[in-house]
Design a protein around this ligand. Structure first.
Ligand code: SF4
Length: 613
């Protein structure tokens, strides 16, 4: 049958210097659909609990969805592995053109295991696979290595996913750069790649992706494009990218300032779209085939960093590398984020780590490095720390390279009180004290505190979700909403769609795209059920790694310190509210009071869990 799956996975063993192609089991497609689901199931079945994420046995998977590489709009790729930052499940998404190329080369995904004895890169040219020496490129940054590999292979159109020095030095929040300006950013997949002595994967594909019902699929795509065009949210992303969220977050008191001590920043507008447009942006850019074009390509035009070529400073980076550090010059923030991109380091975690270090220094818990004034507002201190961390320097660089959680544990003396993370993943730039549902989402997200596995803020602030009235500060009604959003997110992440596409494309249209592309009829309810299945599977994976109910919690700052400013001034998410939301959430999920899925829940979802028991 012609369908959008290639039905093949390429497995590369770097220890054995071998590779093989395996068929995608029919049951995997039926129960897990693609992307996140495939990765979650393969990781659950293929990785023994307790495996060190940097052990050669860890799996590093680049997954596509059934619609990746087709003309369906706003589709991406994802990396699935066990995170060195959190020690639990990790899925991290990337745009650009690397994922479609995997499909064009004939694979639904790449599974990389083992570790090379010396630095290598993988070269996949359709069905020809080579493991090549990376001797000449090891030590280069993520952009330079991309250029050098293309030069060596003699084709500038090859697509490359690779690491910079941070991944080589096993920084726990190193990222994988997927072409120039797209990254699998969160959770440290770049360190897993570095632990395998793998500098990059280069790929070229020449096979078309076929669909089951070409006419029906074309109609579904046209519908999706129309829905995107009609959406005011999508129009907003097109105009301002995520930078448009800076002013919104500031007005609602959710913007992190000085390591989340405050929820507003008096100079926030400098970091928002107007400031970026004035100093950086030259034009719009997009991932392959995406009509939203949320990206803004440009260069710093004035001042000390003049000439640095830059992409948009995304909201998360503006928040965590800007307001969170009390830095208001958007040109400096763009420079710091670009440094992170080149070194191959997640700018969100990096900003959070630096904010933590600035506060720790102000509290006298760590010293300033010689010649540096480690305090909020210091661009020099931020740059110094980025370089020290990425380059694996002794002292502060090494201390901070394992993330906020690890640094706080090693410093001790109360540093945990201002270490802002959940399960080891540094928090996103949305302080949750004025929106308790966002807090619950952080508490329960499968990869650690994250805003991308259910984002209830819009519903909370408008006070409405599916006909129910919501009070953003109350714990009431949050569990059912968060569980539902998480199921939908996980279910549609099997398509490996971009989150922003969901602001226009409705569930029925995603179902139509899937059905016409694969020949398997699916309904929006089936996305929800698949999402719930995946969420329970990743829960089992995390429980087996020791992430029990006690870890479903929030950073102490959000629990113990009332917000000092903004519309929700005086509010915090109390232990009582956390406990209430958590137990409600467990009940709705069909888990026991310790957050363990009940047998009947797993049976209903047809989850085999022999490994867990
Ligand atoms: S909306 Fe932006 S990030 Fe998402 S696929 Fe389109 S261009 Fe890429």
């Amino acid at each position: 049958m012609v369908e959008a799956y290639t039905n093949k996975l390429l497995v590369i063993d770097l220890s054995l210097e071998s590779h093989e192609t395996i068929n995608v089991p029919e049951s995997l497609k039926q129960e897990y659909l693609g992307g996140k689901g495939f990765g979650a199931k393969l990781l659950f079945d293929g990785l023994a609990p307790g495996t060190d994420p940097l052990d050669p046995d860890n799996l590093l998977m680049f997954m596509t969805g059934p619609l990746t590489g087709t003309m369906a709009p706003a589709m991406r790729g994802c990396v699935v592995t066990k995170s060195p930052l959190t020690g639990i499940f990790l899925d991290s998404y990337f745009g650009g053109s690397f994922a479609p190329e995997i499909k064009y080369a004939g694979y639904d995904g790449l599974i990389i295991k083992g570790a090379a004895k010396k630095p290598v890169f993988i070269w996949i040219d359709d069905d020809r696979v080579e493991i090549r020496s990376a001797k000449g490129i090891w030590g280069t940054d993520a952009l330079e290595s991309n250029r050098l590999i293309k030069q060596e292979l003699g084709d500038g159109s090859i697509k490359i996913a690779g690491i910079g020095q941070a991944g080589e030095n096993l920084v726990s929040y190193a990222l994988i750069a997927c072409e120039y300006n797209r990254q699998a950013g969160r959770g440290g997949a770049g360190a897993v790649m570095g632990s395998k002595n793998l500098k990059a994967v280069a790929i070229r594909g020449t096979n078309p992706v076929k669909v089951y019902d070409a006419d029906g699929f074309t109609r579904a795509c046209e519908k999706a494009f129309r829905q995107l065009e009609k959406s005011p949210d999508v129009e907003g992303f097109r105009r301002t990218g995520t930078a448009g969220s800076v002013e919104f977050a500031n007005e609602t008191g959710l913007l992190p300032h000085k390591n989340y001590q405050n929820g507003t920043f008096s100079k926030a507008s400098n970091l928002a779209d107007k400031g970026q447009s004035k100093h950086l942006w030259l034009g719009s850019n997009a991932c392959m085939g995406c009509p939203i074009r949320c990206s803004k390509i440009g260069a710093i035009r004035t001042g000390r960093y003049k000439g640095v070529v830059t992409d948009i400073v995304e909201y998360e980076s503006a928040g965590l590398m800007g307001s969170n550090l009390d830095i208001s010059d958007v040109r400096a923030v763009a420079h710091l984020v670009k440094l992170c991109d080149c070194y191959g380091m997640d700018s969100m975690s990096t900003g959070s780590v630096i904010g933590f270090a600035m506060e720790a220094c102000e509290k006298g818990l760590i010293p300033s490095p010689q010649g540096i004034d480690l305090k909020f507002g210091s661009i020099e201190a931020a740059e110094y720390l980025i370089r020290a961390i990425a380059e694996g320097k002794e002292g502060l660089g090494e201390l901070l390279s394992r993330g906020v959680k690890s640094a706080a544990e090693r410093i001790g003396r109360g540093a945990d009180a201002f270490a802002v993370h959940t399960k080891g993943l540094e928090s996103p730039a949305w302080g949750p004290r004025g929106v308790s549902g966002m807090g619950l989402a952080y508490m329960t997200t499968d990869r650690g505190g994250c805003h991308q596995r259910g984002f209830p803020i819009g519903y909370e602030l408008t006070g409405q979700w599916e006909g129910q009235t919501l009070d953003p500060l109350s714990p009431e009604g949050k569990a059912v909403m968060v569980a539902s959003l998480q199921n939908y997110s996980a279910g549609t992440d099997t398509l490996v769609k971009c989150d922003f596409g969901s602001y226009g494309i409705c569930a029925d249209t995603y179902a139509e795209l899937f059905s016409t592309a694969t020949g398997r009829q699916i309904t929006p309810e089936m996305f929800m059920e698949t999402g719930e299945r995946i969420w329970n599977l990743t829960r089992l994976f995390n429980l087996a790694e020791g992430m029990d109910s006690s870890k479903d919690t929030l950073p102490r700052r959000f629990v113990e310190e009332p917000l000092p400013d903004g519309p929700s001034k005086g509010h915090r998410i109390s232990k009582k509210d956390m406990a209430y939301m958590k137990q409600e959430y467990y009940k709705i999920r069909g888990w026991n009071e310790n957050g363990v899925p009940l047998d009947k829940t797993l049976q209903r979802l047809r989850i085999q869990y022999a490994q867990f028991n």
